[in-house]
Design a protein around this ligand. Sequence first.
Ligand code: F6R
Length: 268
Amino acid sequence: MEVVPLATATDVARLAADTIEALVRRRAAAGTPAVLGLATGSTPLATYAELLARRGAGTAPSYEGVRTFNLDEYVGLPPGHEQSYLATIRRELTDGLAIPPERVHGPDPTPDTLPLAGERYEQEIRDAGGIDLQVLGIGTDGHIGFNEPGSSLASLTRIKTLTARTRRDNARFFGAEDDPGGVPHHVLTQGIATILRAGHLLLLATGEAKAAAVAAAVEGAVTASCPASALQFHPHASVILDEGAASRLTRLDYYREVWAEKPDWQGL
Ligand code: F6R
């Protein structure tokens, strides 16, 4: 695992955008367009805005042929709800990059087919050749995707129940800072094993509220009680942090030194 402590959330967004664009260019040059795994929530929004700004400035790569797979989706929202993660990712990123809706995938929360939704999504990812790069955020309780503490480290895409804490954390998206009443209880989420199959994991975290979860994930024991700690098993995981999110790491000076001394050719 490579931990990259940067100064600000803007630095995190720029480095994440650089990494995504480098992959898109590399895969286009190889003739096999990139497959991106995308997180929603607030953390990656600055990265997505950066990608769109670069497209606006004419410096972005072409996203022709690129496919995207969302990490998760709420179950129980009315179809087309603006807080559905498929609607969110189209609004915040893929429409602006001119990635057509048929190449923007998410777990399907349609009630009638819910029991099959997990296996279908796994098959869609396999059919696309697997995810090259998976963007991840982290919950204050250490979740990745919506794999709450206690999720099997071997889990695949399936239905899960959100903890009260995550529903409270996400109430702000549903127009109520302290009242999780409007936040669905159920979600479909890529499993931890699904996430670990991606070629490169890019976990982004900003702000002090994430510091304890980041420290547990990066320097604690691997345990289902902190799902993000499963990243320790991945051969290519990058954790990009601003000052607040990195503030409880005990090996911070070492991570800074590694980043400062990193050879230019190596990249993330
Ligand atoms: C979202 C997701 C979640 C979020 C996490 C952090 O697709 O999978 O794991 O990344 O809840 O959310 P924010 O970034 O809003 O703090």
